[in-house]
Ligand binder design. Structure first.
Ligand SMILES: [Fe+2]
Ligand SMILES: [Fe+2]
Length: 322
């Protein structure tokens, strides 16, 4: 029998699905690769200052700057790749993006010349990088559940919660392998998860982590995986995300059970701090949702497009996190 949480998550995904089917799917289209260049003066305009500084400090942070600048000029497209060079007087940005050639029958940007190469091989860098990042966090989750099982035992939790945490650790081993394989198939190697040895923690600290990472994080992960199990472009990806979604759902349910058990053992002030931690996690998620995912991740992995992501988040917030 489907659990209440599973039913709720599937209803949220289905409620947003008609919006998805109204668009023109370009999953099987071919693409022409283009570049756009921009120069940001030094000092940068106020609205870009933080993004420029983050990019200067760490090249891995530059994509958000590129995406922001690019979308001011191409509001309906996503950047695929970018390079930023800094000098004393400014910052040169080169963005690579793709334009559908229209092989799918979807509208195209501009007028296609005769002899346009119909099917450029698509570079997989962004999807590969996203999968490698996901595989890294899946591997890190193994440590989280091993630690949770130990901590639950130390705090006298019921045996079925401890067993569920151990089983979740095994699920995450499977996810790390599964997603790591998908990443490597796209040329990206996941970074290994390196985790400091666990410290003894109070029940409140465990409950706070459970609220942010489980009640919010894994519930959102399950919801997005259910979406991807229906919208990813290949049967291999849809099957992988269907398995991950079912497992993440169990992890989200475990988080609810851990929360309910901890609540019976925490004083009122600690319970308030746990609720606050959950609200903060929802706010952090809201900021990420507002930024949205680049278009190639929607096309290549079935990650919800920004409008669908916002719809899913709004429904999840209203039904699960109020
Ligand atoms: Fe996972
Ligand atoms: Fe999980």
């Amino acid at each position: 029998m489907p659990s209440t949480l599973r039913r709720t998550l599937l209803q949220i995904v289905l409620a947003a699905a008609p919006v998805a089917s109204a668009g023109c799917f370009i999953t099987n289209d071919c693409y022409d690769e283009k570049t756009a260049t921009y120069r940001i003066p030094e000092p940068p305009p106020m609205q870009l200052e933080m993004l420029v500084r983050a990019c200067e400090a760490d090249a891995a942070e530059c994509f958000e700057l590129c995406q922001t600048v690019f979308q001011e000029n191409h509001p309906y497209q996503g950047a695929k790749d970018c390079e930023v060079r800094h000098d004393a007087t400014g910052h040169d940005i080169e963005v690579t993006y793709e334009v559908a050639t229209g092989a799918s029958g979807c509208p195209v940007d501009g007028r296609r010349p005769a002899g346009l190469k119909r099917c450029l091989p698509r570079r997989r860098t962004l999807a590969g990088a996203q999968l490698a990042r996901a595989a890294h966090f899946e591997a890190a989750s193994v440590y989280a559940f091993v630690a949770l099982a130990r901590e639950l035992a130390r705090h006298g939790a019921p045996e079925h919660l401890i067993d569920a945490a151990r089983r979740a650790a095994l699920d995450e081993v499977t996810h790390a392998k599964l997603v790591g394989t998908l990443a490597r198939a796209r040329g990206a190697e996941p970074a290994p998860a390196v985790v400091a040895p666990p410290r003894r923690r109070s029940l409140e600290a465990i409950a706070i982590e459970n609220a942010a990472e489980g009640l919010v994080g894994e519930t959102w992960a399950a919801l997005i995986a259910y979406w991807q199990s229906q919208h990813a472009p290949t049967a291999e990806l849809r099957a992988a995300y269907a398995q991950i979604a079912d497992d993440e759902l169990r992890h989200a349910e475990l988080a609810r059970e851990v929360a309910a058990w901890a609540e019976t053992r925490l004083p009122p002030a600690a319970r308030r701090r746990v609720r606050l931690a959950q609200q903060k996690a929802v706010s952090r998620l809201a900021r990420g949702v507002r930024r949205g995912a680049p278009a190639p991740l929607t096309d290549e992995l079935g990650i919800p497009a920004p409008a669908h992501m916002q719809q899913l988040f709004a429904d999840a917030r209203a039904q699960l996190w109020t």
